[in-house]
Design a protein around this ligand. Structure first.
Ligand code: IMP
Length: 179
């Protein structure tokens, strides 16, 4: 079926901008003299990371790691695959992981474990949106933008079957009414 789902805005572009700027102020306080390595988890974090670093006016580096757990649709497969390895060494670095959304926690927990084994000087996590009701493994979020209800979200980097990443707002897909 190819019909367009109904989208409702959960977090508007103005609310996102305010959250990103608040998070940047918190991160600035902790990292302004540490030349941190910011690692975005692909693909979903690209827009958040790009907006976030525009607010950070101190030396830092950026890298990406590609992880995938989702097959087609809205369900995690539960198995995390490394689809793009890091380009930089994290050993001895002040590392800040940037993630779009934490749902079951499996992807983020895998990523933090993978990085911790590579012996960074410190390792923290910045997440734009948390869906705590779906957690399967515990994850400590050091910098958090929004807490969201248990709905499948799209926009601002988040996709459904690779679509909708380009929406400037974070939206949820409205359930079809049964008739
Ligand atoms: P987790 O491993 O279940 O915590 O999910 C983390 C990854 O699943 C995120 O990086 C997203 O790519 C994807 N994901 C989780 N929830 C959503 C959602 O509501 N919309 C789009 N992608 C999601």
């Amino acid at each position: 079926m190819n019909s367009q789902p109904k989208l409702r805005i959960l977090f508007s572009r103005q609310e996102i901008e305010a959250a990103v700027s608040r998070l940047a102020a918190e991160i600035r306080q902790d990292y302004h003299d540490k030349c941190p390595l910011l690692i975005g988890i692909l693909k979903g974090s690209f827009m958040f990371l790009a907006d976030l670093i525009r607010h950070l006016d101190f030396p830092l580096e950026v890298d990406f790691i590609g992880l995938s757990s989702y097959g087609k649709g809205e369900r995690t497969s539960g198995k995390i695959k490394l689809v793009k390895p890091l380009g930089s060494s994290v050993k001895g670095r002040e590392v800040l992981v940037i993630e779009d959304i934490v749902d079951t926690g499996l992807t983020t927990a895998f990523c933090l474990d993978y990085l911790q084994q590579r012996k960074p000087a410190s390792l923290k996590l910045c997440v734009l949106t948390d869906k705590p009701s779906r957690r399967r493994v515990p994850v400590t979020i050091d910098y958090l933008g929004f807490t969201a209800p248990n709905k499948f979200l799209v926009g601002y980097g988040l996709d459904m079957n690779q679509k909708f990443r380009n929406l400037p707002d974070i939206c949820f897909i409205e359930e079809e009414e049964q008739c």
